[in-house]
Write a new protein. Structure first.
Length: 280
């Protein structure tokens, strides 16, 4: 992961929540008081965000002692203790909500991703995330997808060229767009993979004629048309299905032989996993 982005996120989260001080704790708990908290699982799922959570504790107070009991990627059950934290009570309480917000959301994403991964077992197809993420939390959400067994698509606009419908329309068509990208990458001395989205068989055939790309995204193709498209591409390029694919239709698309299925719902339509931090 990008440590600089993680550090920036944690700094912002702390500033956002604590401001000029945790007046609830300061008003009723002595500054010198020490205590312990345990992080409990309250429902079944895939754990994610432990390492980020520990970083948050230590950002609040480097003196907090952490006993990690369960690793990221583990299946947890209600009542499992993920970690124990010991230190100044003020520090523990300042970290509590930030740690839970991050770990609950990341664990929810990892759990949902793992559901998709299980549905694809026995096929060659891998599930991809997208850029449909919470602003400022993308690196955490994509890490959660990875922990859940999924594959990260590009992190942003900078690490892959992806020609979608609007790029193609603004550029004057697929051929003009692809040729312009190839010239640009050569001039800028950039080695980036190129993916092209196609909306129908006319566009697919144009991409196959033009070539010079790495992956074709089949956008909103039916299952029958996806099967036909994969046969046309015949291993020349990687294939990705996207658009309107649900858990119910996921397996059918995978059995068409596509390499990847991208699912925006992995990161933008999830339920956080229930975790809690309790004094003991």
């Amino acid at each position: 992961m990008n440590n600089e982005l993680i550090e920036t996120f944690i700094n912002l989260a702390v500033k956002e929540d604590i401001g000029d001080g945790d007046h609830s704790s300061r008003s009723c708990i002595p500054e010198e008081a020490s205590g312990r908290m345990k992080l409990l699982a309250k429902e079944e799922g895939i754990l994610a965000g432990v390492e980020i959570g520990i970083s948050i504790f230590h950002k609040i107070d480097p003196e907090i002692k952490i006993e990690k009991l369960i690793e990221d990627g583990s299946l947890i059950q209600p009542g499992d203790i993920v970690l124990n934290a010991e230190g100044k009570v003020w520090s523990l309480l300042q970290a509590e909500r930030i740690v839970l917000n991050v770990m609950q959301r990341m664990s929810g994403i990892a759990t949902r991703t793992n559901d998709y991964v299980k549905r694809l077992e026995g096929t060659k197809t891998r599930v991809l995330d997208t850029r449909k993420t919470t602003p400022g939390m993308r690196i955490l959400e994509k890490e959660a997808v990875r922990i859940g067994g999924g594959v990260n698509h590009r992190m942003g606009l900078y690490d892959m060229v992806m020609l979608k419908d609007n790029h193609i329309d603004f550029a004057g068509g697929i051929e003009k767009a692809v040729e312009a990208v190839q010239i640009y990458l050569k001039e800028k001395n950039k080695n980036l993979k190129i993916e092209v989205e196609v909306r129908n068989f006319d566009e697919l055939n144009e991409v196959l004629r033009v070539g010079g790309i790495h992956r074709i995204m089949l956008d909103n193709f039916s299952i029958d048309n996806t099967r036909k498209a994969v046969e046309l591409i015949a291993g020349r390029f990687e294939t990705e299905s996207s658009g309107g694919i649900t858990m119910d239709t996921l397996r059918d698309y995978a059995e068409c032989g596509v390499d990847y299925i991208s699912v925006g719902a992995l990161t933008h339509h999830i339920k956080s996993l229930d975790l809690s931090l309790k004094a003991y």
